[in-house]
Design a protein around this ligand. Structure first.
Ligand SMILES: [Zn+2]
Length: 211
């Protein structure tokens, strides 16, 4: 599978939010018509981007994508496994039309994310407990427990309220990225930094730690 490259400001190629293909992206400045005939004003905060593959446009305001519809939800953490990123983006693309569908996909994402960070992925409660032992911040644990409980309570037909689902979905997107940041990205950065120390310094640290 080709690695997933999330859209980022001014990047010349990324996975398109319309066609999902990894494709060249052409960035254009946005101008608006002023008062005079030849009066064009530059709108520096906006960009229009055209995909080489599907020729669809996306509109950016600073580093936020305002079209296509993604309800201002952040992109997935780039260290997530590709299948999790795909699920996350699918949920992101449907959250306004079907928050309940998005929540279902996002719960699956959390299960897969637990697997990615070394848990079993079949019992959220056990996985959360184990992640806390490995250093998952307590605030994320509490948020996950809320999601777990809310998820369990909304399975009954007729009790699902679409507003609740929109709220839960928004929280889940944030949580997935928070967990990925805490359990994958930060440890990776610390490890890279540690490995960049001079050999003598690493030897001294390791010698101290074996005492
Ligand atoms: Zn495209």
């Amino acid at each position: 599978m080709t690695p997933y490259t999330p859209p980022s400001l001014r990047a010349i190629a990324f996975n398109c939010l319309h066609c999902n293909a990894y494709a060249g992206q052409n960035w254009h400045s946005v101008y608006y018509h002023g008062t005079g005939l030849s009066d064009y004003q530059h709108c520096p905060t906006m960009s229009l981007v055209i995909c080489d593959h599907c020729h669809e446009i996306s509109l950016w305001l600073d580093d936020n994508i305002i079209y296509p519809d993604s309800s201002g939800i952040q992109l997935p953490n780039s260290d997530l496994r590709n299948d999790i990123k795909s699920d996350y983006l699918e949920a992101r693309s449907i959250v306004n039309k079907s928050p309940r569908g998005a929540v279902a996909i996002l719960r699956l994402c959390i299960q897969k994310l637990c697997e990615q960070v070394g848990e079993k992925g079949n019992n959220m409660s056990d996985d959360i407990a184990s992640l806390v032992k490995k250093g998952l911040p307590i605030q994320i644990q509490q948020a996950l427990d809320i999601v777990r409980v809310v998820g369990n309570n909304t399975v009954h037909p007729g009790q699902i309220n679409s507003e609740d689902n929109t709220y839960v979905a928004t929280q889940l997107f944030t949580l997935i990225n928070l967990i990925a940041e805490a359990m994958i990205t930060q440890p990776k950065h610390v490890e890279d930094f540690y490995r960049s120390l001079p050999d003598a310094a690493i030897e001294a640290i390791e010698k101290r730690d074996t005492k």
